[in-house]
Write a protein that binds this ligand. Structure first.
Ligand SMILES: [Ca+2]
Ligand SMILES: [Ca+2]
Length: 122
């Protein structure tokens, strides 16, 4: 039993030393400061901090725009308005010829962009 436990630990250490954060193409690459194709702890921490900052900024922007009663939280009605707006924005972004309908091609192009071609989330 004890032996198995030790082996488990050894495996975890080996996995840990492999980095566990090998970079997929693109994602997180700009945080790979030493260019070794992996994110070490410091680089990971920077990436997480940058993401948290971006999220906080997005949330602050959402609050500024949709917190109609200025109570500092988005209640269900305010969230609903936000979702409706976002849905419309998404639709407009996909509807590249602006005919108010999404063709198969427009949907495919949107899916392709989401998968990480050019563009994606700002
Ligand atoms: Ca509110
Ligand atoms: Ca269209």
């Amino acid at each position: 039993m004890l032996k198995n436990w030790k082996m488990l630990c050894a495996c975890a250490v080996v996995l840990g030393s492999l980095g566990g954060a090998a970079l997929a193409e693109g994602r997180g690459k700009r945080f790979d400061e030493n260019g070794d194709g992996r994110l070490d702890d410091a680089e990971l921490a920077k990436m997480r901090a940058a993401r948290a900052a971006r999220r906080a900024k997005r949330e602050a922007a959402a609050l500024a725009k949709y917190d109609a009663n200025r109570n500092g939280v988005l209640d269900p009605a305010e969230r609903k308005a936000m979702r409706a707006d976002r849905r419309e924005e998404r639709f407009k972004r996909l509807d590249t010829d602006g005919d108010g309908k999404l063709s198969k091609e427009e949907l495919a192009a949107g899916a392709k962009r989401r998968r990480g071609g050019s563009g994606g989330r700002p």
